[in-house]
Ligand binder design. Structure first.
Ligand code: HEM
Length: 324
């Protein structure tokens, strides 16, 4: 049973890994990152539902096929888990699937950044839950029990990373990437009170002209400033976390190095993308490394729990606080 479940979780994970970059590519090429007169075309067609060229529709079709297959696999995972009497993680997967499907069906396109953000975060959350399930299904000896301060820091690192990913998604969903093309400063009104107020208004709608092009506005610069400040916090917290786990000894060293390396790469990709006026490859790389970083920090959190190599369902279905 657990072998079948493991295989299905891997299949679902692979499908999510197909869907995530496809979804990013569809969103980003809609933003104009693949167009000929780049960067003049950034945000053009983002607000027009009919804007679709051939690669776009091929990507959209592939995305739909993979998403349908994923929904079926998740239903089978749910059935198997329920038969084992422990279906909570699989129910979370189902809830995410329904959330993403509803978002895809009833959403009014790219006008509402919150919808785009929901899509990005929902996909990453699904990857995260599947990864957590897989970690629990892989039997391996429990590492030495770490100090509570390290476990607290690992949890904080996860929270900071999720917030920073959400801020990055907010930049992307608001087509705000070109509102600051310099680094480290953000020329213009990145720090203006009006821009900041608008930047944190979650229900905002994108302003567009008659041709469907997103109009550049002060909120865009403020949104980027928030993402850059978030990056500083992430470097401080996750960087320090890497040092702490490096000190835990050989069992954790590779993981600490991996997280520190991914963090460095992510910062480099973000800065390079800004300075090079957002080449598609760099932005897609920035998206992929964010996902890898999330998996790395989740792996760390999983290994730092005192759950050892107990089967995943007994771990995850435990009452809150019961595993600590
Ligand atoms: C830990 C550090 C960081 C994380 C986890 C992170 C994560 C993300 C994520 C998840 C996105 C959304 C990608 C997408 O559209 O699919 C994003 C977008 C973006 N990030 Fe970051 N980021 C980090 C640091 C930085 C830094 C240091 C910069 C540059 C100063 C930067 C610049 C950008 C820009 C310009 C975008 C928007 C690209 C677009 O048009 O879609 N990021 N980030």
């Amino acid at each position: 049973m657990s072998h079948a479940l493991r295989r299905l979780v891997i299949v679902a994970g692979v499908l999510v890994l197909v869907i995530l970059p496809l979804s990013a590519a569809i969103r980003l090429t809609n933003a104009g990152l693949g167009c000929n007169d780049w960067p003049a075309c950034y945000g053009r067609e983002a607000l027009t539902a009919t804007a679709s060229v051939l690669p776009q529709s091929a990507m959209a079709m592939l995305h739909r096929l993979a998403a349908t297959a994923l929904a079926i696999v998740i239903l089978v995972i749910l059935a198997l888990s329920l038969r084992a009497g422990r279906g909570r993680p699989a129910l979370a997967l189902l809830a995410l699937t329904v959330f993403l499907a509803v978002l895809g069906i009833v959403t009014p396109g790219a006008h509402f950044p919150l919808v785009t953000l929901g899509n990005l975060l929902g996909g990453l959350a699904m990857l995260g839950v599947l990864w957590w399930l897989l970690l629990g299904l892989a039997a391996r000896p429990a590492p030495p029990y770490p100090a509570p301060s390290v476990r607290r820091m690992a949890r904080l690192g996860l929270i900071v990373l999720v917030v920073q990913i959400a801020l990055g998604g907010w930049v992307s969903a608001n087509y705000a990437a070109l509102s600051c093309t310099d680094f480290p400063g953000c020329a213009g009104d990145g720090w203006s009170a009006a821009g900041m107020n608008e930047a944190v208004r979650l229900w905002r709608q994108l302003p567009g002209d008659a041709a469907g092009t997103v109009i550049r506005e002060p909120a865009g610069a403020a949104i980027q400033v928030l993402h850059r400040v978030g990056a500083l916090v992430a470097v401080a917290v996750i960087g320090w976390l890497s040092v702490m786990i490096w000190r835990l000894g050989a069992a954790f060293r590779a993981l600490g190095l991996g997280i520190a390396g991914l963090l460095t790469l992510q910062i480099a990709l973000g800065v390079a993308a800004v300075l090079a006026s957002l080449p598609l490859a760099l932005v897609l790389g920035h998206n992929a490394v964010a996902a890898l970083l999330l998996l790395g920090v989740l792996t760390l959190n999983h290994r730092l729990t005192d759950r050892g190599n107990a089967p995943v369902f007994s771990e995850m279905d435990r009452a809150p606080g019961g595993g600590q």
